[in-house]
Design a protein around this ligand. Structure first.
Ligand code: PLP
Length: 230
C-alpha cells in the first residue's frame, strides 16, 4: 500500500506574491531584496490587514489621507515598525496631515504641492521621502506631472528641502504597460533618480524586469476591492 501523499499547504497570497517577486528578480539578475513590496490596503479594514502583519509584512500603502488616519494609528500601536506609504493623489490642504502620518509619499506631481509639502516638512521638522508621480501616458484626467516638466519639478522640490528619491507611475489601463515602465526608468536615469515605484497586481513582474524598486500590490494580496472603492 502506498502512503497517502500529504498535500503541501497552499501558499498564502503574501507568500505567493513574494515568490513571484523573487522569481522576476532572478530573471532580471537582481537581488530580490532590492525590490520592496508595498501592500496596498486601501478600502480594507484592520481585520483584513492584521493577518498580513502577522505574516511579517510591515510596509503598507494607502491612497486617502483620512482613511489612513482612521486605520493606522491603532495598528501601529499594536505592532512597531510599520512603514506607511501614500500612493494616492494629495490635496495641498492635506499636506501637513500627510507629512505627519506617512513615511513616504508617491504622489508629488505639481508645483503647488511642492510648496505645501515643503512648508509642512519645515513646520513639522520631518523630512518625508517623496516620489515624483509622472503622467507617463499623457492622459488628460490622470494625476502626475507631464514628462516635460519632471526636471523642473524635481529641482524645485529639492530647493524646497523635499527629499526626492525617485519616480512613480500608473500606466494607462488596458494597454501593455512595459513601454511605459521602460520610459519611466529612462526619465529617472536622465534625472539621476534611483528609485522606481511601478507595478501593481496585474503587472509587477513586468515592472521588476524593467527596474522597479517598489511594487504597489493590492488585490493580489487582499482580494478584489468593492467596485468604485478606489
Ligand atoms: C490601488 C492602487 C494600487 C494597487 O492596485 P492593485 O491592482 O489592487 O494591486 C497601486 N498603486 C496605486 C496608486 C493604487 O491606487
Amino acid at each position: 500500500m502506498n502512503e497517502p501523499v500529504t498535500p503541501l499547504d497552499p501558499l498564502t497570497p503574501l507568500e505567493d506574491v513574494r515568490e513571484r517577486i523573487a522569481q522576476a528578480a532572478r530573471i532580471a539578475q537582481r537581488e530580490p531584496s532590492a525590490i520592496e513590496l508595498i501592500a496596498i490596503s486601501k478600502t480594507h479594514a484592520a481585520e483584513a490587514i492584521r493577518p498580513l502583519i502577522a505574516e511579517g509584512q510591515r510596509v503598507f500603502g494607502e491612497n486617502r489621507v483620512q482613511e489612513a488616519q482612521e486605520k493606522w494609528p491603532a495598528l501601529r500601536e499594536e505592532t512597531p515598525g510599520i512603514v506607511l506609504h501614500l500612493v494616492g493623489q494629495l490635496q495641498s490642504n492635506k499636506a501637513e496631515d500627510a507629512v505627519a502620518l506617512f513615511d513616504c509619499i508617491h504622489s508629488l506631481d505639481r508645483p503647488s504641492l511642492v510648496t505645501a509639502l515643503g512648508k509642512a516638512m519645515a513646520k513639522l521638522g520631518r523630512k518625508v521621502p517623496c516620489f515624483v508621480q509622472v503622467n507617463i501616458g499623457a492622459e488628460d484626467q490622470k494625476g502626475g506631472c507631464p514628462i516635460a516638466e519632471v526636471p523642473a519639478l524635481v529641482a524645485s522640490a529639492r530647493a524646497a528641502g523635499i527629499p526626492v528619491i525617485g519616480l512613480m507611475c500608473v500606466p494607462p489601463a488596458e494597454i501593455e504597460p512595459a513601454p511605459f515602465f521602460a520610459l519611466l526608468a529612462k526619465i529617472a536615469a536622465e534625472n539621476g533618480l534611483e528609485e522606481l515605484s511601478m507595478g501593481m497586481s496585474g503587472d509587477f513582474e513586468t515592472a521588476i524586469l524593467l527596474g522597479a524598486t517598489q511594487v504597489r500590490v493590492g488585490s493580489a494580496l487582499f482580494g478584489a476591492r468593492a467596485p468604485n472603492a478606489g
